[in-house]
Design a protein around this ligand. Structure first.
Ligand SMILES: Cc1cc2nc3c(=O)[nH]c(=O)nc-3n(C[C@H](O)[C@H](O)[C@H](O)COP(=O)(O)OP(=O)(O)OC[C@H]3O[C@@H](n4cnc5c(N)ncnc54)[C@H](O)[C@@H]3O)c2cc1C
Length: 502
């Protein structure tokens, strides 16, 4: 049986999700499918989303976008990880790097040797075995080298950028490849009486836009999947109680740091994201514990320079749609769910949502198997990332009521299982493939003071391994290697000269 391909895709929404989807679809299918993006200037976009994780690089590479052009167009900077301040003990600091810790020098994983040293009284922080941190603390940056035997190959990186400029950049890219843009507010979506699929959307000016397939990128409104198709929302506020953010930019005052900073506050936490032309700042908090005015005051009082705009308030609820794909429509971006920006995962979830859609692109029979697999994989991905974010809250040792409530909350079973094994024997277990791998879990566990009192006994059965010597050598190697990289500012200037703004 020859099945007819879909001929038209309508993307509802022109925020980061809408334009990332449009660009990737246009790149993948060219003009074989007519793609339309509908966005409303009157409604606007959420307008935040500045920090990313390393897979964004493969998204840009797949589009054929050069790093220099991208950095120039989005006024971006480089990101080696996140510095967490005050998350374990109120005065503690640690770094969640994009990359491994050290290099394994034995069959026993490095962190067990570190743990043995720690239990014997060695105060060296685990961070000191991260090449990302070796660079970040000196404000240095350069891409990793291509030789796996070289310690300078052990870091990875992502970007900070202006999400509005990125959407604009991708819009140009998509329009050059035939994507049609319609400006206007959708007031109605109509369903086919027989199948229940979405048939068309109608704009306030009376225009009607038909489609074989719809991508709901309408943001928190979830116009089609949540609204028209009435797919419910799984609320995770009991695990992730922060439900508001106030955001404000200020000017950079010193060198542009190649990392995000996340500072715990009494009822939430604050981000600091350095771009080339400004610093993004925001306070994420739980409205049960602090008022909006107080939250804005806390943020403004800690800015490094005067605010460049009025603080913007954003409301959200952690969770995801029960199903991202229903009938002939898939929700990508905030319309499908939201996890707070602590680990910069929202744009990544858009990226993987798009990649999954491209793998499962339906024909006009709308085989439910496509939606079934999409929904299984999307739910699993959301749930794993959710657990990793919960760990940050659960593993705190702060005294404030908000933090005490987090430390004492019941947590998901799989997360409890992981923590049990880690605390029991320093063992990292993961029943599934997941975005955040062992180095990330180790950074948060050790960084927030979850130190097991046992390590792998195998370490003691290998007296021939000079672990202490190897650890010292690694630290020294990393420190010396970091000094061979340019400063982040110099690297940005160099790449800026190579990029086209537009
Ligand atoms: C406080 C906060 C901080 C964040 N920080 C980060 C971060 O550091 N890193 C990260 O990866 N992500 C971050 N995110 C998430 C990130 O901002 C979003 O994932 C991303 O911007 C995608 O948003 P979106 O395109 O889904 O929705 P939106 O930006 O809200 O876009 C929705 C689009 O739909 C259109 N629309 C809606 N209704 C209609 C209608 N009726 N008719 C026509 N058009 C309509 C709007 O006009 C708009 O174009 C953050 C989010 C928040 C709330």
């Amino acid at each position: 049986m020859i099945r007819e391909m879909i001929r038209t895709i309508v993307i509802v929404g022109g925020g980061s999700a809408g334009w990332m989807t449009a660009a990737a679809l246009a790149n993948a299918v060219g003009r074989s499918i007519a793609i339309t993006v509908i966005e409303s200037d009157e409604i606007g976009t959420v307008g935040v989303g500045e920090a990313t994780i390393p897979p964004i690089r493969s998204f840009n590479a797949e589009l054929g976008v050069s790093e220099a052009d991208f950095i120039a167009a989005t006024k971006g900077s480089f990101k080696l990880g996140i510095q967490f301040v005050g998350w374990g003990e109120a005065d503690g600091r640690y770094f969640h790097p994009f990359g491994v810790h050290g290099a394994d020098f034995d069959r026993v994983p490095l962190h067990h040797y570190w743990l043995r040293q720690r239990l014997a009284g060695d105060p060296t922080p685990f961070d000191d075995y991260s090449m990302c941190w070796a660079l970040a603390r000196e404000n240095r940056f350069g891409p990793p080298v291509d030789n796996p035997r070289d310690v300078r190959s052990t870091h990875a990186y992502a970007y900070h950028f202006d999400a509005g400029l990125y959407a604009r950049f991708l819009r140009d890219y998509a329009e050059q490849r035939g994507v049609r843009r319609l400006e206007g507010r959708i007031v109605e979506a109509n369903r086919d009486g027989a199948t229940g699929h979405i048939a068309d959307v109608r704009l306030a000016d009376g225009q009607c836009v038909e489609g074989d397939f719809f991508v709901d990128c309408s943001g928190f409104r979830s116009l089609l999947v949540g609204g028209t198709l009435e797919v419910g929302f799984e609320d995770w506020s009991h695990w992730l109680p922060c439900n508001r953010a106030v955001a404000v930019p200020c000017a950079n005052t010193g060198p542009i740091t190649p990392y995000t900073r996340s500072t715990a506050r009494a009822s939430g936490w604050q981000w600091r994201i350095p771009l080339q032309h400004r610093q993004g700042n925001g306070h994420v908090y739980c409205a049960d514990h602090i008022s909006d005015d107080e939250a804005a005051a806390v943020l403004c009082a800690s800015l490094e320079s005067p605010p460049l705009a009025e603080p913007r308030l954003l409301r959200f609820t952690a969770g995801r749609r029960h199903r991202a794909w229903a009938h002939n429509c898939v929700a990508i971006g905030l319309s499908g769910g939201f996890l707070e920006p602590l680990e910069s995962t929202s744009l990544h979830l858009i990226q993987t949502g798009i990649e999954r859609l491209l793998r499962l692109l339906p024909d006009r029979s709308h085989d439910p198997l496509n939606a079934e697999e999409y929904n299984r994989a999307t739910a699993a991905e959301f749930d794993r990332i959710r657990d990793f974010i919960i760990l940050h809250y659960y593993a705190n040792r702060r005294p404030e009521p908000f933090w005490q409530a987090c430390a004492n909350m019941p947590i998901p079973d799989e997360l409890a299982y992981k923590i049990k094994h880690f605390l029991g024997a320093g063992r990292l277990v993961s029943p599934h493939d997941e975005l955040f791998r062992n180095p990330s879990w180790l950074a948060v566990y050790f960084g927030q003071g979850m130190t097991p009192d046992r390590y792998d006994r195998m370490a003691d059965l290998r007296p021939e391994v000079d672990a202490a010597g190897q650890l010292l050598r690694l630290r020294t190697l990393m420190r010396d290697a970091a000094a061979t990289f340019p400063t982040h500012d110099d690297y940005l200037a160099k790449i800026g000269r190579a990029g086209r703004t537009g």
